[in-house]
Design a protein around this ligand. Structure first.
Ligand code: ADP
Ligand code: MG
Length: 695
């Protein structure tokens, strides 16, 4: 009896082990790449392509022109030059002659080459003693078993035990056998009006493009689809929050507004007033606010947060302010203490640093509704923390938390309003994805009197001069920071490195001064003591890590020294620089670096001449990609498989507009023509964005 024919969905779910050319052993390797089914292999896109078209021959070479050529390794030698450099040379037989590839001081590279291997080389040649030489070229191996007719070969991510040729053959077989099983989520007329290839055509071409033009068409289709699905998920989420969830309406009245504003010892800036109006309008509705407040370091976001919290309190609701670090939570507590000195608002601090009896007390008061405001760290998220009437959650430095944590303070009946803040300017494209379900307010001005910070890049030979200057300023009564990059705050070896810096300073250029040391491995009470001593001026300089990156506000500190600046992202450096623009005196920021790579120099030079945090975030993003800050780990969304936010900004705009229109016309994607899209959205984002009950 013949088995019934499989449905397309069943076909696509075929385990990789049953695919042509795979088998149980190779299936394990594929599993390591996250490939379990035929569908996974189809959507496993090449990370790059080997371009075998337009290869140069040796006769065409011209000095300094970026060139691609192909050749066979004939000889490998390594020697020490007169100047003491280790020089690795690879002699390559190419079309119409020989060329030499050279690397300086990269002995580990030697192992990479073997005689007879074919290489694709990209670089700029230089004539040296009659021989063309490529210094530090880009190289790729060409699989000689296959002599493909194709000119553009896919390059897949690999894992040990699986080579490029094998992966190419597996992918090619899967496309041939399964591409027809894919349903096109876009109807024909939609494709025509949006200039999109069909899914089979795009899928074939992305894995085996005939030329660049085909590759671009295929990419466009797949990038658009990926971004549309993401934007649909975010639009559904947003729609759900705006219309289906309930929150207490906390309207602002003239009287409440006047009572809150009286507490601030200064006039609010225009941007602060605008943001407050947006926040208050949201909070006045019976649906939860989901708003992102972004603004450069020092733009005064805390004022907006305090206003929102007091608005909740005015209606008899409780408010939470959550910060990513203990130090920052304490800092917010100090601000609140000053601001609320003349009010009846009751507030407390909940962090890892308080005693268990203090904690018990606090939890009791919170649950009984006796406490109006609580400030704290992630400790607030523990399950035994209960609120009587939670009305507002403010999260400072949102990017330090994940999406999931944002969700976990939800309550049974009514949701609280959410205000999340970030001082890390976010490139627009990233904001539209990571924070795409939020409304955005921007503080685009700074309070009056903000100081200029002079920025210097300091090489090894200029450090003495900087320390002389640093010491002079300390003698004039100023204070300063010294920050070193730590890879891992909790690692002993790293902390030892920091302590070394501390020792070298207190026995060197800063031996006449009182210097504190602060890092993540210290106990909360020790940290608090170090901060107190610095705030009060007892210590004049503070050796520390990026624990001070966010929010530390000591107006008298005007000096910032950053060790190994190349290790930091520009946004991070900008945050650090922001620490010394708080008082009445100009600030000075020195970035130590002996970085040699062109990229590092370019970044640091951009930093020295640019004081606009948004611009710096964009530059960093262009040069380094989204990096850790917006890595998947942070925001909790699955990674994009083909779209590149830096490169595909225009498609992102298009997809976002289209998604908003689609959801406006069909708020749960319930109509039959959207059912495939809806399935795809739920499959990819349903769980992480908690879209389960949509529709
Ligand atoms: P950030 O946006 O970096 O969190 P803060 O809220 O910490 O900035 O504010 C930075 C400093 O500016 C604080 O010392 C705060 O008291 C002060 N500040 C905020 N708003 C104003 C204002 N409208 N006028 C004067 N100073 C202000
Ligand atoms: Mg802040």
């Amino acid at each position: 009896m013949a088995a019934p024919p499989k449905s397309p969905a069943e076909l696509l779910a075929t385990p990789v082990q049953f695919l042509k050319g795979v088998g149980p052993q190779r299936a394990e390797l594929l599993e390591k790449l996250g490939l379990r089914t035929a569908r996974d292999v189809l959507f496993f896109f090449p990370r790059d392509y080997q371009d075998l078209s337009e290869l140069a021959s040796v006769a065409d070479l011209a000095e300094g022109n970026l060139t691609r050529l192909r050749g066979t390794v004939e000889d490998i030698d390594q020697r020490v030059s007169a100047s003491g450099n280790i020089v690795l040379g690879v002699l390559l037989a190419a079309e119409q002659g020989r060329v030499r590839l050279i690397w300086f001081n990269a002995p580990f590279r030697r192992e990479r080459f073997c005689l007879g291997e074919q290489l694709l080389v990209t670089g700029k040649p230089k004539l040296n003693g009659g021989m063309w030489e490529f210094a530090h070229p880009q190289i790729q191996s060409i699989d000689v078993e296959e002599q493909p007719a194709a000119k553009l070969l896919p390059v897949y991510p690999l894992t040990e035990g699986l080579n490029q040729g094998q992966m190419r053959r597996i992918a090619a077989a899967v496309i041939e056998a399964y591409v027809d099983a894919l349903d096109d989520v876009f109807p024909d007329d939609f494709r025509a009006s949006h200039d999109l290839w069909s899914i089979d055509q795009a899928m074939q071409a992305i894995h085996a493009p005939a030329d660049r033009e085909e590759l671009e068409k295929a990419r466009r289709r797949l990038v658009y689809q990926e971004l549309l699905v993401l934007q649909l998920a975010l639009a559904l989420k947003r729609n759900d929050q705006h219309s289906r969830r309930s929150a207490p309406p906390l309207e602002v009245t003239g009287k409440i507004d006047a009572r809150i504003r009286r507490l601030f010892p200064f006039e609010l800036t225009a941007a602060q007033s605008r943001a407050i109006a947006e926040v208050a309008a949201d909070m006045g509705r019976p649906h939860p606010m989901n708003r992102l407040l972004q603004g450069d370091v020092g733009s005064g976001k805390t004022v907006v947060a305090v206003y929102a919290m007091l608005l909740a309190v005015a209606h008899g609701h409780q408010a939470v302010l959550m910060a990513p670090t203990e130090v920052l939570a304490r800092q917010h507590a100090a601000t609140l203490e000053r601001t609320l000195a003349a009010s009846h608002v009751k507030w407390g601090v909940l962090s890892g640093g308080i005693s268990s009896s203090e904690r018990e007390n606090l939890l009791r008061e919170l649950a009984a509704g006796e406490l109006n405001v609580v400030i704290g760290t992630q400790a607030i998220l523990q399950p035994d923390v209960r609120f009587a009437r939670l009305g507002l959650v403010v999260i400072d430095e949102q990017h330090k938390f994940g999406v999931r944590q944002r969700a976990s303070l939800k309550q049974a009946a009514l949701d609280p309003h959410y205000l999340v803040m970030t001082a890390t300017p976010i490139p627009r494209t990233v904001a539209m994805t990571v924070f795409g379900d939020l409304d955005v307010s921007t503080l685009d001005d700074v309070p009056p009197g903000r100081q200029t910070v002079y920025t210097y890049l300091v090489g090894q030979d200029q450090q003495d001069k900087w320390w002389t200057f640093f010491a002079r300023k300390l003698r004039e009564g100023r204070q300063g920071y010294i920050v070193t990059p730590l890879i891992d705050e909790s690692s002993e070896a790293d902390v030892a490195g920091l302590e070394q810096v501390f020792e070298s300073l207190v026995h060197g250029p800063l031996d006449a001064f009182r210097v504190g040391l602060l890092h993540g491995r210290m106990s909360p009470s020790a940290k608090e003591e170090v901060m107190r001593a610095f705030r009060s001026g007892e210590t004049q300089a503070l050796v520390t890590t990026t624990v001070i990156e966010v929010g530390i506000d000591v107006a008298n500190a005007t000096l910032m020294t950053v060790y190994r600046g190349e290790r930091f992202g520009l946004s991070q450096l900008h945050q650090l620089r922001g620490r010394v623009s708080r008082g009445t005196q100009p600030g000075y920021c020195a970035v130590f670096s002996d970085a040699q790579t062109a990229e590092a120099r370019q970044r640091l030079e951009a930093f020295a001449v640019t004081s606009d945090g948004f611009r710096l975030a964009e530059i960093d993003f262009e040069l380094r990609g989204p990096g850790d800050l917006f890595g998947t780990r942070q925001h909790g969304l699955p990674p994009l498989r083909i779209a590149d936010l830096a490169r595909d900004a225009a498609v992102l705009d298009e997809a976002r507009r289209d998604a908003q229109q689609l959801v406006a016309s069909d708020p749960t994607l319930a109509t039959p023509e959207h059912s495939l899209l809806r399935q795809m959205v739920l499959r990819r984002y349903g769980r992480v964005l908690e879209l389960g009950d949509v529709g």
